[in-house]
Ligand binder design. Structure first.
Ligand SMILES: [Zn+2]
Ligand SMILES: [Zn+2]
Length: 146
């Protein structure tokens, strides 16, 4: 026998797509429109110009919710800034530790990695980040010249 409560639970489970609020949808749209990654500050500024304005804390709270739902990815920069992009956008960067210049890497080096081989724990992967840090050509030349 399936109780009413269980029936409701089954119903909820089968229909529960990630619940996304209007504000989260707005942020997601902004990120999808942009070809580059955006910080919370930048998103806040972009929305500020329209009638969709929302406070900076609201922006960050909703971005966090989107990350948890696996809809967007976040990347932490050495300066503490966090950049966001839609989760399907798989981009990696080379970042210069001296001047902060970033270069996009072509392709994804970790895409082919089989995670299940490297951990015994069950883990539902939403996204990954991979950062390379070093010195750009300019900075490396300057250091060597000095
Ligand atoms: Zn540099
Ligand atoms: Zn990747």
């Amino acid at each position: 026998m399936v109780s009413i409560r269980d029936q409701i639970k089954i119903l909820l489970m089968s229909t529960s797509k990630p619940e996304i609020t209007r504000r989260q949808q707005q942020l997601l749209n902004e990120l999808k429109k942009c070809t580059d990654e955006l910080s919370g500050q930048e998103l806040h500024r972009q929305l500020h110009n329209g009638e969709k304005a929302m406070g900076l804390t609201t922006v960050y709270r909703n971005l966090q919710a989107l990350v948890k739902q696996g809809l967007i990815r976040s990347r932490h920069l050495p300066n503490g800034e966090v950049l966001y992009a839609p989760v399907e956008r798989d981009i990696h960067h080379l970042t210069c530790v001296s001047c902060g210049e970033t270069t996009r890497l072509k392709g994804c080096p970790v895409k082919m990695m089989d995670l299940s081989k490297n951990t015994s724990k069950k883990f539902e992967l939403l996204f990954h980040t991979l950062e390379y840090f070093g010195l750009c050509q300019n900075c490396s030349q300057q250091l060597n010249a000095g």
